[in-house]
Ligand binder design. Structure first.
Ligand code: GDP
Ligand code: GDP
Length: 455
């Protein structure tokens, strides 16, 4: 298995990873309490499905990497949405709509013991307009004797209902078989990034930091914000913008321009949108505002960007509001809250005045160059040889693990594998990572260093 990792790697093959592909998204929607979260749990827990375990982020996750029959997809969980007793019909349909807009196929869950309710029918009307593949699930069918209401669900006009017990896991296999068949190969709006095409940028940040203003400024005209009233929502669109003599593709800008007029679930939606945009991009611009200290939501978005493995640029907006005092606190915040992404280039801008908007393209360029940087095996091992000679791994309990060989199996982001005779100290691994960064300049790119221990 270790050897396979080396053999897979072909140093001279420049097209080793010619594109970044976003897996298709499957959204699980339905009224509160029909069992959406239970179903998502069931799917992500069973069968090789992977739930990323990132401390501090997991709780807020709205989507998960999942796999079925060898096909990767993103499972979008809407179970965490706040419930609002007033105007329930509308809320459920609205929130579901947001998830459906981001998805390539939909699992619509109803309570199989209760049958279709008026709220469910409102959701069905919304689904008809969307014209996306829908799988209807009759959940809570824990025993065959409970099938009586299921047949009446044919009346919804969504095809055959899948009887499922999310609690016990029955019926989920058939459901997933059908779901992965309904999903396209890649996310409809993400797809593949061909080499040579305009490079893809995700402009992300919490509401009100100035994403929409900056996009308008960069695009060179104050555009009319397309108000997407429920039902007329357009598909997420990409915008092509000329910066620094090059055309860039800003992905999912419809989400940026859309007014966040839906109070309930809007933060949830913002997170979902952020994650999807990152999936489709090569580089992320995380926009912060000097107006307020770095918030929890900012931190979560930064973490999402880092976890996505995309190149990263941090932009501080509203610099026109800067004064002496704010500046003092801001520098302290940067040191405290952004220390873990000190490798990302930082640009200070004002979307209002356009100040420094020309600084963005060079920063994007730097980050993307790092992201695609490949260090030849020869250079890498020469570097490690010198490093280890100058600063050997500390001896622990009479043992000193040796690094036998290193290779960079992939770029975008750069990943390194060290073959060692024992586990390296976390501190020593961080030291190697830091020196790799400094020596080969990975400004703006996350890098990953992993180990393979050979006995
Ligand atoms: P959500 O609001 O749609 O995410 O629903 P939850 O997943 O939180 O489930 C609501 C309730 O239904 C919980 O008490 C679950 O244990 C229960 N539930 C979910 N799936 C099943 C099922 O297949 N059978 C039974 N009997 N109960 C279920
Ligand atoms: P979004 O929610 O991130 O898209 O933020 P918007 O672009 O809608 O901006 C939120 C508010 O901040 C609006 O009132 C903008 O006019 C204001 N704003 C955006 N950029 C700047 C800036 O550079 N300076 C100042 N002073 N205000 C800004």
């Amino acid at each position: 298995e270790e050897d396979a990792a080396v053999l897979e790697f072909d140093e001279d093959d420049e097209d080793f990873e010619p594109y970044v592909a976003a897996p298709p998204a499957l959204a699980v929607i339905g009224r509160p309490n029909v069992g959406k979260s239970t179903l998502v749990n069931r799917i992500t827990r069973s069968k090789e499905a992977v739930v990323e375990d990132v401390p501090g982020v997991t709780r807020d996750r709205v989507s998960y990497d999942a796999e079925w029959n060898g096909k990767d997809f993103t499972l979008v969980d809407t179970g965490g949405w706040e419930q609002d007793a007033r105007g329930m019909h509308k809320r459920v349909a609205e929130q579901a709509e947001m998830a459906v807009d981001e998805a390539d196929a939909v699992v619509f869950v109803v309570d199989g013991l209760v049958g279709a309710t008026a709220v469910d029918e409102a959701v069905v009307r919304m689904l008809r307009r969307k014209k996306k593949p829908v799988l209807l699930v009759a959940n809570k069918i824990d025993a065959p004797s409970q099938m009586s209401e299921v047949y009446s669900l044919w009346n919804l006009g969504l095809g055959e209902p899948y009887p499922v017990s999310a609690l016990h896991g029955t019926g989920t296999g058939d459901l997933l078989d059908a779901a992965v068949k309904a999903l396209p190969e890649f996310a409809e709006h993400g797809g593949m990034i061909p080499t040579g095409g305009p490079r893809r940028v995700a402009l992300v940040g919490r509401p009100n930091v100035g994403k929409s203003s900056l996009l308008n400024k960069l695009a060179g005209s104050e555009r009319v914000v397309v108000d997407s009233v429920a039902g007329t929502t357009m598909d997420p669109v990409d915008e092509f913008i000329e910066l620094g003599g090059e055309t860039w593709r800003f992905v999912d800008t419809a989400g940026i321009r859309r007014r966040q007029h839906m109070a309930s679930g809007s933060e949830y939606y913002a997170m979902l949108r952020t994650q999807r945009a990152l999936d489709k991009a090569e580089v992320a611009v995380v926009l912060l505002s000097v107006e307020e200290p770095v918030s929890e939501q900012d931190v979560r978005i930064i973490q999402m960007a880092v976890d996505s493995g995309r190149a990263l640029v941090v932009a501080y907006n509203k610099w026109d509001l800067m004064d002496e005092e704010r500046r003092y606190y801001l520098e302290r915040e940067v040191t405290r809250d952004l220390a873990h992404i000190a490798w990302a280039p930082r640009v200070n801008v004002s979307a209002l005045t356009g100040w420094h908007k020309d600084k963005l393209a060079p920063a994007l360029d730097t980050a993307l160059t790092s992201w695609g940087r490949r260090i030849s095996t020869g250079r890498l091992n020469a570097f490690l040889g010198e490093l280890v000679a100058a600063t050997p791994h500390p001896v622990r309990g009479g043992k000193q693990p040796r690094i036998l060989f290193a290779t960079q199996p992939s770029t975008r982001p750069p990943r390194f594998v060290l073959f060692t005779t024992g586990f390296l100290d976390p501190g020593y691994r961080r030291f190697i990572t830091r020196r790799l960064r400094e020596t080969f300049d990975f400004t703006g790119s996350p890098i990953e260093v992993s180990m393979r221990v050979r006995e």
